[in-house]
Write a protein that binds this ligand. Sequence first.
Ligand code: XIL
Length: 405
Amino acid sequence: MKLRRSIVIGAVAAATVGALTIAPAVASLTAPSPADQTLRDLGRRHGLAIGTAINVDLLNDTTQPQYKQIASTQFSTVSPENVMKWESVEPTQGTYDWSKADAFVKFAQQNHQLIRGHVLVWHNQLPKWLTDGVTAGTITKTQVRALLKKHITDEVAHFKGKIWQWDVVNEAVSDPWETNNVIKLRDDASKGFWYNNYGPDYISDAFKFARAADPHALLFYNDYNIDAFGSQGADDKAQFVYNMVKDLKSKGVPIDGIGSQGHLSTRYGNFDSIQIANAQNKFASLGVATAITEADVRSLMTDALKAGDSNAVNEAFQAQAENYSNLMQGCLAAPHCLSFTVWGFDDKNNWTTTTDLGSGPGGEALAAIYDANYQPKRALNALKADLAYTGEPYVRDRIPQHPSR
Ligand code: XIL
């Protein structure tokens, strides 16, 4: 078949293929490459906030000015990587230190970025005085209940009116491999601190305390390994979270969102974008918003990868880009998915470079969208392309969420 085409300067002529006329959009020839636009601007096309976790100390690190430059320009929402956690804001019982968290908020405001508050109730990064006191028996269970209420009330009140989404409860649910393939609320010695010392009602109470302290923030339950549904039975963590949030909503608990962290590693079998979209939409069917809250995609650090072997790097980064893209497409295809946040954006400082995530400290790393020299990786371009090359009818504007009462 012969394709006849006449090019008109400054515009695009319709190409005629047989009887079919295809009129390309003018924008396709005039728009800049997505690679030359910011994530933030590309996200705006869909009303989607694009975010990152921020390490506040790096904002003032003069040896790597790129950190602040990228943090302030590429993103429209930010999460504090550590400085709003309980151990950071109340290192000594009864004495708050808001300095770093306040500096984080100031940075966000200066750059017109929305804030995801992170995190009010978690079993990790609790102050030592609290965990030691409970172990020693000098802090009783009755006191634990009062302390959690005070912590949530004081912290949410301190930032009242400044937080878009709060991660109220984080990682309360077991993984199938931890509990014999039957998911439950964590109640073991290492991760069951709140269940064991407060009782199972800590989750519903936490949302009520947060709502009482800030009527306008969106209140999220946040967890990992809930990116897609599996069997929908007892071993399916996403299904457990779905059932839990359904139950909370039916009891009038003020919960507004489910955050899927999106911590992935290419060494495990992951999900395609349609499965992820289905999960986002299924959560949203409960009447809550959703978000991708901590996306990163690790590679197993083989000798070849550590040595920078170009084939190994290519293979790893291509697989990584696809996983990032699946998360982004899943979010874009679900109109209640309000934000897509990466958990740090560079391979130099990313938490996976030192953390043991199953293969020893740093054994799975290179998880970010920029390399250690702040050069874009193909994962960054994949995200930009997803934002640029999508639209109606499958990708629509975001549907705003209103805080529940
Ligand atoms: C991590 C931080 O990135 C690290 O700097 C810190 O040492 C440990 O916590 N899930 C969460 C985040 O909800 O708060 C964690 O952040 C990563 C896993």
